[in-house]
Design a protein around this ligand. Structure first.
Ligand code: URA
Length: 434
């Protein structure tokens, strides 16, 4: 077997065998297949696609390229939640505590932000003292004790994905359904949960721009999870404008806490309750998603979810006082205002540009090792459908560097479009695939 033949076969639109897929994944991860051949194969896959069996085989080979976590020491049905990547998506910090407060063990491994999308690990590290590198025993003991732990995903989980994702990122081969499915599901299946709830983002700030593509991706991931014997559910959700009002690290934690206090923006609250409802159902603590949702609502309204968040922060070394005083997180930083240059109704806020602006302010990184400013980000004072007068405050850019904030303002301003009427309001949850 050799790489030339495998590339040629896919280039001609033929179906790859288990052995060929394994040969590629093992060889590329182990360093015997060079980047240029792997890139050529990725591009052939991008144009020719992978059928469902090839997608399953690629996922399986990538999943077994590193550690496969055994969570059997955690009591109960473990449920994982994963988002395909969005702007302002802080739902893990909300649904984790809600689900845990309803008796679902959540043992979650999360990633860092890259490009215009944020990562849960960076958000949690914006809490002073918070540790995301718990050793395995401590991680499991914490889930058994309080029902929730979130740690950074190590390079030992699906290392094939780490290498392949970096290569896809620079060869314009990220947004392909088979490759995204294998990338996400290899990590999810290696992380040891019994059930998985996926949040597939759809719209201008997501990898999948159309509803049709997002549904295809969701179905592809549901099929892989189900074929592996795990209850897998996908929610197709809107990502045409940022989720909530905060984009950044500290300010997203603040917004997550406000939501747990019952005072979050409607879109975040709705999405979090729906996701948590499905997690509670998938974790067998409810007999239907509707009942799961009711339990989630009760956990939020009674304050139990907020108490769970406080316990979670304290258990991982963070300052639990922020659960009562979240605004302390962004007290000591600089601010620059963005004001409307025209009067009208906002008919679009490009999520991608807001994500980029937050990155320019210092919240994100271009390379994985770049340092970030936890206080950097953007708080949107107006959202799609709002009427604004010339001079009204549209957004505030946060961050310690005035120079970076100035760059961010220019990018943020380009995100807004104005018109004479508001666009038709879309529901945040577009469809559910079970
Ligand atoms: N997130 C991932 O982990 N992988 C992809 O390919 C896309 C989004």
């Amino acid at each position: 077997m050799n790489m030339y033949d495998i590339i040629f076969k896919k280039r001609e639109g033929d179906v790859l065998s288990r052995e060929e897929i394994q040969y590629f994944v093992e060889g590329y991860t182990g360093g015997t297949i060079p980047d240029y051949q792997a890139s050529a194969l990725l591009m052939a896959v991008f144009f020719r696609g992978l059928n469902s069996r090839e997608t399953f085989l690629l996922t399986d080979a990538m999943r077994h390229s590193g550690d496969v976590i055994d969570l059997s020491a955690v009591h109960g049905v473990k449920v994982d939640k994963h988002s395909t990547g969005g702007v302002g998506d802080k739902t893990t910090l909300i649904v984790g505590p809600i689900a845990a407060a309803c008796g679902i063990p959540v043992a979650k491994m999360s990633g860092r932000g890259l490009g215009f999308t944020g990562g849960t690990v960076d958000k949690m590290e914006a809490i002073p003292g918070f540790r995301t590198d718990l050793p395995r025993e401590e991680f499991i003991a914490q889930v058994n004790r309080i029902g929730l732990a979130v740690i950074g995903q190590t390079g030992k989980i699906a290392p094939a994905d780490k290498k392949l994702y970096a290569l896809r990122d620079v060869t314009a081969t990220v947004d392909n359904i088979g490759l995204i499915t294998a990338s996400i599901m290899s990590k999810k299946l290696a992380s040891g949960a019994d059930a998985i709830v996926l949040d597939v983002k759809c719209g201008k700030g997501a990898f999948m721009e159309t509803e049709e593509e997002a549904i295809q991706l969701g179905q592809s991931m549901v099929d892989i999870g189900t074929a592996d014997g795990k209850r897998t559910i996908a929610l197709i959700t809107d990502m045409n404008q940022p989720l909530g009002r905060a984009v950044g690290n500290s300010i997203e934690v603040m917004e997550a806490i406000h939501t747990l206090q019952g005072e979050g923006p409607d879109d975040i609250t709705e999405l979090s309750l729906t996701l948590a409802g499905y997690m509670i159902y998938a974790g067998e603590k409810a007999t239907s998603p509707e009942q799961g949702r009711e339990l989630a609502e009760r956990a939020l309204a009674s304050g139990q979810a907020l108490i769970k968040f406080e316990q979670f922060v304290e258990a991982q070394g963070g300052d639990p006082g922020i659960a009562k005083q979240p605004d302390r997180l962004a007290e000591e930083t600089g601010k620059t205002e963005l004001r409307a240059k025209e009067t009208g109704i906002i008919n679009g806020i490009q999520a991608r540009s807001i994500g980029m602006a937050s990155q320019h302010a210092g919240a994100g990184r271009e390379k994985i090792e770049d340092p970030i400013d936890p206080t950097a980000g953007i708080l949107l004072h107006k959202k799609v459908g709002d009427k604004v007068e010339k001079g009204d405050l549209l957004a505030v850019i946060y961050g310690t560097s005035a120079e970076k904030r100035a760059k961010a303002v220019i990018e943020a301003e380009s995100a807004y479009t104005f018109g004479e009427s508001a666009p038709v309001k879309k529901p945040i949850v577009i469809k559910v695939l079970v």
